[in-house]
Design a protein. Sequence first.
Length: 367
Amino acid sequence: MTTIDETAAVKPLEFAVTRNLQAVAPERRAEILTNPGFGTTFTDHMVDLCWSTGGGWHRPRVQPYGPISLDPAAAVLHYGQEIFEGIKAYRHADGSIHTFRPDQNALRLQRSARRMALPELPVEYFIQSLKELIAVDGGWVPSGEDQTLYLRPFMFAKEAFLGVRPAQKVAYYLIASPAGAYFTGGVKPVSIWLSEDYARAASKGGTGAAKTGGNYAASLLPQSEASANGCDQVVFLDPDRNVEELGGMNVLFVKKDGTIVTPSSESILPGITRDSLLQLAEDRGHTVERRPVSLAEWREGVASGDIVEVFACGTAAVVTPIGTLKGEGFEDAQPQGELALSLREELTDIQYGRREDRHGWLLRLDA
Ligand SMILES: *Cc1c(COP(=O)(O)O)cnc(C)c1O
C-alpha cells in the first residue's frame, strides 16, 4: 500500500455527470417545495465515489438518483460498517446557495471513518461532492422560511465478503432531500423519556462519538419505549448516571448565572450545531462548561431553580426546548427561558444570510 502524504494538495476530482432524463418537472418540483416535509422526497441526482485498497478514491460520478445495486454479501448488510453525515444548504434572499461549516462535517466524517475502519474521505472531496450535487440540483433548494435542502453524505462497506475485517471496497454517496420547517406553527418544547434500561452506545471505547447507523439502530427500541410513555424523545445515561444525549441531538443546560453546561464524554456525538451555539453564547459573554452532568445535578438544579432552561440541538431541528423530563415514577416540568430561542434565531440568521457571518462559517455552493 502506498503511504499518504498528508501535506500534499488533494487534486480536484473530475466528476462524470450523467443527467437524469426523467428529472421531476419544474412545476411538480415547485409543488413539492411548498411543503416538503422531511426525508421523504429526494432530488434528481446523487453523487458517488468508490474506494478500494490500492486504488484509493476513484470513479467520481454525478448520476440520476435511484436504487443502488449491492451484492447480497456486501459487508455493510452483515456487519454494519457504515457512517453518515447531515448538513444543509440554505437559499439566501439573493438566490445564492450556501452551506454551514462543511469542513466540520468533513472532519467528523473522517473521525467516524477511523472508528469504523473505513477510509477517510479528503475534506476537499467532501466539499466538492456538495458543490457537484448543487450544480445539477440547485433548483431543489427551497426558498421558504426555515426551509432547506438537507444533504446526506454516507459511506459503507460494499465488498462482497463474509469474513470479518475492514472492507477493501467502499462507496461514498451524497443524496439530498428538501426539508420544510421542522416545527410547523412555531417551536414547541418536547417531552423527554429517561431511558433506564438501554444505552445507544458503550460509554467507554464504544462508537458513541461516531455518526454510524448502529447507534441509531440501538436507539430505536428505547425511542419506542419513550413513545409508549407519551414522550417525544429519549435521553440516555451512562453507567455512572451522567446525562449523554438524545440520540440525535445534544443537550444543554442554562444556569441561573448564565453559564451554559453541556455533557462531554467519549460516548456523545459532538454536534456542530452545539459547538456553533456555544460559540455564539461565548461571544455574548456566557461561560460555557463542557463536562459530565449527572442526572442528579439536572433534577436538583431544576428543583432548586439553579437550572433555568434545558434544550436540545442538532442540524435537523436546530434548537428544541425541553418541556418535560419523564422517567419511571417521576415527571419534572422543565423551566422555559429565552436563551435557546434567541441563540436559534442568531444561528439561523447567519445560515440564511440575514446577519453577518463573523466567524466565516458559510460556504457558497453555487459558485
Ligand atoms: C448528528 C448527531 C447530533 C447532532 O449533530 P449536529 O452536527 O449538530 O447535527 C447529535 N447526536 C447524534 C447521535 C448525532 O448523530
